[in-house]
Ligand binder design. Structure first.
Ligand code: NAP
Length: 329
């Protein structure tokens, strides 16, 4: 099958492309001219350069003759805090609209849109499920939520075979975003913010790849939203202890009071606002320490037959081994 992947140069995208190629598919990787191509270059994937904000470039990637049957839409801006809010809307919302428009006449069998549990904001139910309220509390979550609504609208109005996955926090080899957590624990400089009893719900990257692929295979997935998370949530203490045990280090039990962390985040955000650098601490990073994340994945289990295959200890070990192999730990 011919498959187009947007965001192919990203953390999740590279795992997905590798897995689709291993399944024997022809994969077209949609990347930016500035994307880091080091790993994709080693894979047997056709590369098409473009930008999700440029509909013409998506149309070129889908052009007649290529016969693309499935699209995985992963391209997104996630975490930078000192960029304008409009960039989030341009990439996450307008970019998704560009893709949906370009796909309207492409005769696809499936279009899987990668959203995020970030659309739900501060959870009002623990665990939360697909029917729980969405109340995104930052520009990333808001732009991803509006993109979801748009994708569902296209599914209904134009009969586009769209399905949506909302992954929880993804970790695994290649994850640069949460590497800092692993590094701080390895170097014994990790400081807990808050009580450490906050719930986190990690999902190993290959399990997200499984969720994406299942969505593309099941006709019953069309028009549906699925939360994709690991088998269970754990407290921050449990997560940190698991990482520390695998690293064979003792973690200092020092805690930073929440008020102090919030003050530091406000100061850092102001100071770094006019630079291109990311502040070492900011409010969205604090969310990781302070906002419970716990999800019910029964819908994905029942509709798709999704089952997380990698338990936390194994996933952490594999991730740490990858960091060590890069010389980062
Ligand atoms: N990582 C998580 O914990 C997590 C959790 C929930 C949901 N998700 C979702 O999973 C998807 C993949 O995330 P990730 O972790 O792999 O993030 P990532 O590593 O930052 O990858 C993002 C990808 O989007 C591409 N991209 C950004 N702006 C673009 C544009 N204007 N045009 C075309 N491509 C553009 C990036 O290209 P460049 O390489 O050129 O920057 C990169 O390939 C996203 O939709 C995200 O919302 C991630």
């Amino acid at each position: 099958m011919k498959i187009l992947v947007t965001g192919a140069s990203g953390f999740l995208g590279k795992h997905l492309v590798r897995s689709l190629l291993a399944d024997g598919h022809e994969v077209i990787s949609f990347v930016r001219p500035t994307s880091n191509m080091e790993e994709l270059r080693k894979m047997d994937t056709e590369v098409v350069y473009g930008d999700i904000r440029d509909k013409g470039s998506i149309e070129r990637a889908l052009k007649i003759g290529r016969n693309v049957e499935v699209v995985f839409h992963l391209a997104s801006i996630l975490t930078p805090v000192n960029v304008s809010n409009s960039l989030y809307w341009d990439i996450n919302y307008q970019g998704t609209q560009n893709l949906l428009e370009a796909c309207r006449y492409a005769g696809l069998r499936a279009l899987v849109h990668c959203s995020s549990v970030g659309v739900m904001g501060t959870l009002s139910e623990i665990p939360s499920r697909e029917t729980s309220p969405c109340a995104a509390d930052n520009v990333y979550g808001r732009s991803k939520y509006q993109a979801e609504l748009l994708a569902l609208e296209y599914a209904e109005k134009y009969e586009l075979p769209v399905s949506i996955i909302r992954p929880a926090w993804i970790y695994g080899p290649g994850d640069r975003r949460t590497y800092k957590l692993f590094h701080a624990i390895a170097k014994r400089v990790f400081l807990m913010i808050g009580t450490g009893e906050t719930l986190v719900h990690p999902v190993y990257v290959e399990d997200v790849v499984q969720g994406l692929k299942l969505c593309a295979q099941h006709p019953a997935a069309v028009g549906e939203v699925f939360i994709i998370a690991g088998a269970q949530s754990v407290t921050l203490h449990q997560l940190v202890d698991t990482i520390a045990k695998e690293l064979n280090v003792k973690v200092p039990r020092l805690k930073i009071p929440v008020w102090l962390a919030r003050f530091a985040a406000s100061v850092c955000e102001k100071v770094f606002k006019w630079t291109h650098l990311q502040p070492p601490i900011h409010h969205r990073r604090l969310d990781f320490f302070l906002k419970n994340q716990s999800f019910d994945i029964s819908k994905a289990r029942e509709f798709l037959g999704f089952e997380p295959k990698v338990d936390l200890r194994t996933g952490i070990r594999t991730t740490l081994n990858w960091y060590k192999a890069q010389g980062w730990l």
